[in-house]
Design a binder for this molecule. Structure first.
Ligand code: 5RP
Length: 296
């Protein structure tokens, strides 16, 4: 039997101390349930409230994109530097180490290849399988202005209903068709529709003019896609401008994995996103890392 003689019966109830409750660091997410917030905390750093998502899901409609021919060789070494991996369930099960213990954002829409009308996508993953894979969120493409606009919006709302049932956030990905103008007016429209119809957070493209109006009018966090490969200095500058104008992070693919030095690049992106490092300093940092380990 335990010796009870030494047990102190003095107690401290901190009667004059209000319950300690840190505010949740993401805008528009205060009223979400615990499980949903916990999943978001596997995507967004609780410290900075921001994220560097590494997007490698391009193969779901583009096949083996340059830089993603051998994900085991080129992407797995980058995982240590990403807050979150965005990929398909095929890549997750076949190649991603299950020891990866950060958030996974699962591509949950698909169907047409790059050879067809992309806006005809459908839901491509059940919420049951997403939960089996222990993902932090699911991602769905929304084609505002596309030929199958309503279908893609319905894909998202279906996933939102299923996600709300089980506490799984939904990332609405605003897709830009060839015929649509990439300007702030379009981005405001597309991101706001995603948020109004229930997306937990939204991915869009950075625009040079008026991006701050896109983040201001979207009630939930916005992350930006990287888009086509550009010089590293320009990509770092874009990331800085986006963060400075209210984005909560990046969901960057080609500008990292097609970089001359992907490990250096993702570390420089992290400096911009999490530490507000200036684009010039971040580029110098990228170059110094690249020079110290030239093969990466
Ligand atoms: C494909 C996607 C990609 O994940 C997205 O485009 C991000 O990659 P990149 O930075 O290469 O544009 O959503 O539809």
């Amino acid at each position: 039997m335990a010796d009870t003689d030494s047990i102190s019966d003095s107690k401290e109830f901190y009667l004059n101390t209000p319950q300690v409750a840190d505010p949740f660091p993401l805008k528009g997410c205060q009223n979400l349930d615990w499980g949903m917030k916990n999943r978001l905390a596997h995507i967004f750093s609780p410290k900075s409230g921001r994220t560097v998502m590494l997007a490698v899901d391009h193969g779901y409609f583009m096949g083996p994109t340059s830089g993603l021919e051998r994900i085991d060789v080129t992407i797995n070494p980058l995982l240590a530097y990403a807050d979150t991996l965005m990929c398909t369930r095929g890549i997750l099960r076949s190649i991603t180490p299950p020891t990866f213990n950060k958030g996974v954002v699962l591509r949950a829409s698909g169907g047409p290849s790059i050879l067809k009308e992309l806006s005809a996508e459908q839901v491509a993953v059940s919420m049951e399988d997403a939960i089996r894979l222990n993902v932090a969120a699911v991602a769905v493409q929304v084609f505002i202005g596309g030929e199958f606009e309503s279908r893609s919006v319905h894909n998202m709302t279906q996933l939102v209903d299923a996600g709300n049932r089980f506490g799984v956030p939904v990332l609405g990905v605003t897709a830009v068709g060839k015929q649509l103008t990439r300007d702030a007016q379009y981005m405001r429209l597309a991101t706001r529709i995603c948020a109004e119809l229930g997306a937990t957070y939204v991915k869009t493209y950075f625009v040079d003019q008026g991006f701050e109006t896109v983040t201001a009018s979207c009630p939930v966090p916005i992350v930006i896609a990287g888009g086509k490969k550009m010089p590293e200095a320009d990509a770092l500058n874009m990331a800085f401008q986006a963060i400075d104008q209210g984005a909560a992070g990046v969901d960057m693919g080609r500008n990292i994995f097609q970089s001359e030095a992907p490990i250096a690049m993702i570390q420089a992106v992290r400096k911009v996103v999490h530490e507000n490092m200036s684009p010039k300093e971040a580029f110098d940092y990228y170059r110094s890392l690249k020079e110290s380990a030239p093969s990466r």
